[in-house]
Design a protein around this ligand. Sequence first.
Ligand code: ATP
Ligand code: ATP
Ligand code: MG
Ligand code: MG
Lengths: 261, 261
Amino acid sequence: HPRVITVTNQKGGVGKTTSVVNIAAALAKGGRRTLVIDLDPQGNASSGLGLDIRSGKPGIYEVLLGEVGLNDVISPVPESDALFCVPSSLDLAGAEIELVSMERREYRLRDALGRWWTQHPGRFDYILIDCPPSLGLLTINAFVCASEVLIPIQCEYYALEGLSQLLRNIALINRGLNPRLQLSTILLTMFDSRTKLSSDVVTQVRETFPKQTLTTVIPRSVRISEAPSYGMSVVSYDHGSKGALAYCEAASEIAVRGAEH
Amino acid sequence: HPRVITVTNQKGGVGKTTSVVNIAAALAKGGRRTLVIDLDPQGNASSGLGLDIRSGKPGIYEVLLGEVGLNDVISPVPESDALFCVPSSLDLAGAEIELVSMERREYRLRDALGRWWTQHPGRFDYILIDCPPSLGLLTINAFVCASEVLIPIQCEYYALEGLSQLLRNIALINRGLNPRLQLSTILLTMFDSRTKLSSDVVTQVRETFPKQTLTTVIPRSVRISEAPSYGMSVVSYDHGSKGALAYCEAASEIAVRGAEH
Ligand SMILES: Nc1ncnc2c1ncn2[C@@H]1O[C@H](COP(=O)(O)OP(=O)(O)OP(=O)(O)O)[C@@H](O)[C@H]1O
Ligand SMILES: Nc1ncnc2c1ncn2[C@@H]1O[C@H](COP(=O)(O)OP(=O)(O)OP(=O)(O)O)[C@@H](O)[C@H]1O
Ligand SMILES: [Mg+2]
Ligand SMILES: [Mg+2]
């Protein structure tokens, strides 16, 4: 079975999409076959990997509605043979309200993946799911489908405020809809070595989550924020930059730790 | 009637809360009586103004449910006599799903404000509403209640992607639930003068929205990100800093432009 990791944090702008795109690219560069599922109506992960979400082609929305199978929407990613993506679609913005009244509304993604997996066993080593900044039904579908949660935490003050809400939600899902779900990884992002605030957040997070917090910290770096405008990961856009190196280190740390599960 | 401005953008981390807190503080410093309504389950605007959302006291959630009136939850803000806040509460996280099946679900905030306004006419000059990073029922309640929308746009690549979705939603609300609603203000945030990306975004936004885009651009500044850890706006925390000055300029631009409506 592949490792299915959902990258979640209801705080906005903390580096969820940037982490999905760059960890996936780094894993693919290391030869691991990786699939990104873009559950965010913004479609930033899709465009960050060079795909066009305005094409009108079916995407994850149609999969959740049960109109198409996962196999019909898995798209190759230009920058790597080992990297694929199920793109978002603009209609996804209305999905949260539509899902409320559907049957097995929390299991739609898990069921779709389950059906696909029986027909294509062994196809991927990693599946990373990018979530919108909320704890609604799209994120719940990701929680039910995944076995691991990766929480990116920005090295800023507000970033710590919503954490207890997020942990409560993960515990709720673990007790009910998905007993396999665990918080496996915390990744500190946008670290700015010039500010005391950044190092305070790092210290506090390491103390609170000693086991889950990766040693690698992602620095704030202009190359990281420029890469999406070229439809590429920073790993491809500028592989020698400090941002690319940090994401490669984070990916290999995740791969090594996973072997212990 | 007060100017009711909702600060919205479904893209996360673009400076919605930071703009609400600091524009409100700057308006209050200029003698305008200002109320902040915190519609974000994170409660960042509440804590950024020095209030405690874990106190268990009723907040905006209880108002939306109709359990209490607005007057019961308006709290003074420590840093200014002219600044008040209706705080968020942790229960707000579940409100989106709960609101789906309620009567007049899109009008709950507007109705509460309407009832309060008839009893306390002339009490405030400005009401600013902080929204979560989504276009769900909480944000829709803000759209139905407000007469103006202020969109903060971060000077980053991903920031432009979700804009067309947001404009479509505003137009939909304007045609249906609230014909008074208009996009009055666009504020560029986290401008980093060292990067070409920042100035590209500024140019593009000014060209697309020449009338609505404020002349003032908010620079990226460490003092702005430190202020919330003291429960204060940057206007109070460090009134001489470039971040504080920029927000004061933005507030007075908003005040002057409003006089023309
Ligand atoms: N390490 C970094 N250095 C500099 N900029 C970064 C870094 N990581 C992310 N960014 C930029 O910060 C912004 C927010 O990041 P991103 O969009 O990945 O966050 P997110 O959590 O996915 O946001 P949302 O909550 O909207 O989904 C983006 O413009 C991105 O390019
Ligand atoms: N001009 C600025 N300079 C430096 N840091 C800033 C600036 N504006 C905001 N920040 C910081 O960036 C982060 C995101 O800002 P903020 O929380 O206000 O965005 P938001 O749009 O309200 O996020 P959300 O989508 O989660 O509600 C915060 O940690 C904030 O302190
Ligand atoms: Mg994202
Ligand atoms: Mg906010």
